[in-house]
Ligand binder design. Structure first.
Ligand code: CP
Ligand code: NVA
Length: 260
C-alpha cells in the first residue's frame, strides 16, 4: 500500500481486510519510498510486481497511477488520486443498495466541490442508470470531459444545478465532501466563503420532500460542509459507508486476484 497522502479509512480498511483474507499488507507512507522523487514510478511498478500480488496506491497526480499500472504485472488498485476515488464510490453504491433495498429510479445529489468523489460518481453513472446531480458554486464544477462522457453513454441523467435547494428535490441520497481536498487545504479559508451556501444542514435535508439518506465519504469537517446534526441524524449512513469500504475492497481484491 503506497500512500502519498494521509488516510484513516483507506489504510485501515485495506490493511484489516487483507489480513482477514489471510494476506499481509505493507504500509508505505509519504516519506518511505518517495515514488516519482527518489525513484521513477515505472521502476517501483516493476520492483513491486516481483514482491507483491496486489498494489494499492493513493497518489496526487492521476497520471502517476496510470503509469504505475502500465508498467506493473500485478493489479494496481486506485486508493484515490486528485482525479477520482473508485473504491469509495463502489462502497457507496453498495451501501445505498443495502439501505434502499433496490437501486431503481435512484436520484443522488452531491452538494459541494466538483472533486475526485464527483468524478467517480460520474464514472458510476456511465455503467449504472441513475439521476446524478452535482450542485456546486460556479467555477467548482467537475471536469467537463467527464461530465460529457457520462452524458454520452446515455443511460443516466447527469445535471449540474447551482442552486442546492433546487437540486435536492426528490433526492434519495444527499452526499457531500470537504470543500478543500487534500492538496488544497491552503485554500480552506477562501473556500469557506465561496461554499457557505452549500452546507448540508437539517433544513436542506428536509427540503428534499422525501426520506433522504445523508452520505459523506469522510473525513467530515463538521460545521463546514455538514452540520453536526445531519452527521448524527437517523438518516445519516456515513459509518455504514465507511464499514463497507472494507467489504467491497475485499471483493475487489478477490476479483483481481482471480482475474489477473
Ligand atoms: N474516505 C476515505 O478515503 O478516507 P481516508 O482519506 O481516511 O482514507
Ligand atoms: N475529496 C477528498 C476525499 C477524501 C476521502 C480529498 O481528496 O481530500
Amino acid at each position: 500500500m503506497i500512500f502519498a497522502k494521509p488516510s484513516a479509512r483507506t489504510r485501515v480498511s485495506f490493511e484489516t481486510g487483507f489480513e482477514w483474507m489471510g494476506g499481509h499488507a505493507l504500509f508505505l507512507g509519504p516519506n518511505d519510498i518517495g515514488i516519482g522523487k527518489r525513484e521513477a514510478i515505472k521502476d517501483i511498478s516493476r520492483l513491486f510486481s516481483r514482491y507483491n500480488d496486489l498494489v494499492m496506491a493513493r497518489l496526487f497526480d492521476h497520471d502517476h497511477i496510470t503509469e504505475l499500472a502500465e508498467y506493473a504485472s500485478v493489479p494496481i488498485i486506485n486508493g484515490l488520486t486528485d482525479y477520482n476515488h473508485p473504491c469509495q464510490i463502489m462502497a457507496d453504491i453498495f451501501t445505498v443498495w443495502e439501505h434502499r433495498a433496490d437501486l431503481e429510479d435512484l436520484k443522488v445529489v452531491y452538494i459541494g466541490d466538483g472533486n475526485n468523489i464527483v468524478h467517480s460518481w460520474l464514472h458510476l453513472a456511465m455503467r449504472f442508470p441513475m439521476h446524478f446531480v452535482c450542485s456546486c458554486p460556479e467555477g467548482y464544477e467537475p471536469d467537463p470531459d467527464t461530465i460529457q462522457k457520462a452524458r454520452d453513454v446515455g443511460i443516466s441523467n447527469v445535471e449540474v444545478i447551482y442552486d442546492p435547494n433546487l437540486a435536492v428535490k426528490d433526492a434519495d441520497v444527499v452526499y457531500t465532501d470537504v470543500w478543500a481536498s487534500m492538496g488544497k487545504k491552503d485554500e480552506t479559508d477562501m473556500r469557506e466563503k465561496i461554499f457557505k451556501d452549500y452546507q448540508v444542514d437539517e433544513s436542506l435535508m428536509e427540503s428534499s420532500g422525501k426520506h433522504t439518506f445523508f452520505m459523506h465519504c469522510l473525513p467530515a469537517e463538521r460545521g463546514r460542509e455538514v452540520t453536526d446534526g445531519v452527521m448524527e441524524a437517523d438518516y445519516s449512513i456515513v459509518f455504514d459507508q465507511a464499514e463497507n469500504r472494507m467489504h467491497v475492497q475485499n471483493a475487489i481484491m478477490v476479483y483481481l486476484s482471480e482475474n489477473k
